[in-house]
Design a protein around this ligand. Structure first.
Ligand SMILES: [Zn+2]
Length: 449
């Protein structure tokens, strides 16, 4: 009996197993519910490979898994700062980034070169810019930044600025100095390139404040040249006297004429002076040529010189005074061949020479010529090589123009001399005064003084 009951129990167990197995087979056709983001693969709930997160894996540190099993930014999570920079969440992990700091700024020094007139010269700037960074792990480093340059120039004491040759956006610039002396301000603006930087954290910057450097480049005169001072005249002329008794002729006791236009000369200093971008010739000396005859010893014979009175006796003096100088005040008509005095004729002719010609005509013409030289110079022209140095500025053609101007002023002087309405007035007055002194000396001697 005990065995039969046991056999029934086993049979029942077998049936139960068969029922359960069937149940499983039914279940294959109707998948069971799986948790979110999983699916039934026929045997069990597995994670959908297309989902981003779930029970099996998390998102990164700065994201959370939403209901759709997608990683989304966790608004409550803040990535730790890198230096002074905030750090973004990138693909759910705190970004690896460098926090850049542009300080200490751009360091630059400008070198400018002085130059002679129109000389080509170069200016350069040396600049560097260290930008530093820190990384998320507290390390750091630096990198050099590049630059953009912009050159400019402006007039300082120089009225001009010259020319730039070639590009003005590099670390150096080539300039041609102006044809004038004085300073030119050279300026370079320096900005770092607009480069955000490697691994730049959001909001970090390598952008430095732009700077500029400025310096004065001086343009100077070539060696051996100098600036014009206050114009100073050449002084009185050298007088070339062409004298000879043949000039007096048979009746004249004296004679004087200035020579023709081409017989008056000027000499320039070896180097013209500089004034306002121009060379000005300067007079070193002037000379004039005159034809003159005075006191020719043989025609007529000299009868009296001033010093002769001292050798006379009182009686001789009285007699001479009575016959030759009857008037207390000597008249020009009193002068005759028998009382003619070589000294007084010489004074007459000298007055013509020095007063009528040199002082009243020649020197004013020289001054007019000097004013012309001061006004009309040789402009310094960078494309005209002879104009770049004082010693070559006065070319043959320039000299020819100066000669023409000089002759023009000399011709005006000669015309002025010819048109003098009282051409003998000063000479005769000087001559009469000379005779008057002789008459006065004779009179004094005659009176016993
Ligand atoms: Zn005269």
């Amino acid at each position: 009996m005990g065995i039969r009951r046991a056999g029934s129990a086993i049979l029942g167990l077998v049936l139960l197993v068969m029922i359960l197995t069937w149940s499983w087979q039914v279940a294959l056709a109707i998948p069971p519910d799986c948790p979110p983001c999983k699916y039934w693969d026929g045997q069990r709930c597995v994670t959908d490979p297309s989902v981003e997160c779930g029970d099996d894996w998390d998102c990164g540190v700065c994201c959370q898994c939403n209901e759709d099993c997608e990683c989304e930014r966790d608004p409550t999570y803040e990535c730790s700062k890198v230096g002074g920079c905030s750090r973004d969440c990138f693909e759910c992990d705190c970004d690896y980034c460098w926090c850049w700091d542009p300080s200490p700024g751009i360091v630059a020094s400008l070198q400018v070169s002085n130059a002679c007139l129109c000389q080509q010269t170069s200016h350069s700037v040396s600049a560097y810019d260290y930008d530093s960074f820190v990384d998320p792990y507290g390390g750091g480093g630096w990198q050099l930044d590049g630059f953009r340059y912009s050159w400019a120039k402006s007039a300082g004491s120089n009225p001009q600025t010259g020319q730039s040759i070639g590009p003005t956006s590099g670390s150096g610039v080539i300039c041609r100095a102006p044809p004038c002396i004085g300073t030119v301000n050279i300026r370079v603006d320096i900005d770092d390139v607009a480069y955000s930087g490697d691994w730049a954290c959001a909001g970090s910057s390598r952008n430095d404040v732009p700077i500029y450097r400025q310096a004065a480049a001086n343009v100077v005169l070539p060696e051996g040249c100098s600036s014009c001072g206050i114009p100073s005249g050449p002084g009185y002329p050298l007088v070339n006297e062409q004298d000879g008794c043949y000039l007096c002729g048979p009746i004249d006791y004296g004679l004087w004429v200035p020579a023709s236009e081409s017989s008056h000369y000027y000499l320039l200093t070896t180097s013209p002076c500089y004034k306002l971008c121009t060379w000005h010739a300067m007079l070193q000396s002037v000379s004039t040529t005159v034809e003159i005859c005075r006191s020719c010893p043989a025609n007529p014979p000299s009868v009296l010189y001033y010093h002769d009175v001292a050798a006379m006796t009182q009686v001789e003096a009285c007699a001479y005074l009575q016959t030759h100088f009857p008037n207390n005040l000597v008249q020009f008509a009193d002068i005759r061949p028998d009382n003619w005095c070589g000294d007084c004729v010489a004074i007459h002719e000298s007055t013509h020479l020095w007063q009528d010609w040199v002082e009243e005509q020649f020197m004013p013409a020289v001054e007019a010529f000097m004013a012309y030289l001061d006004l009309c110079g040789v402009p310094i022209n960078c494309s005209q090589p002879t104009s770049l140095h004082c010693q070559t500025a006065i070319t043959a053609s320039v000299k020819s123009e100066l000669d023409n101007a000089w002759e023009y002023f000399m011709s005006l002087a000669l015309i002025g001399w010819q048109l003098d309405p009282d051409s003998e007035g000063d000479a005769q007055a000087a001559e009469l005064e000379c005779y008057q002194q002789i008459a006065d000396a004779l009179r004094a001697k005659c009176l016993g003084n």
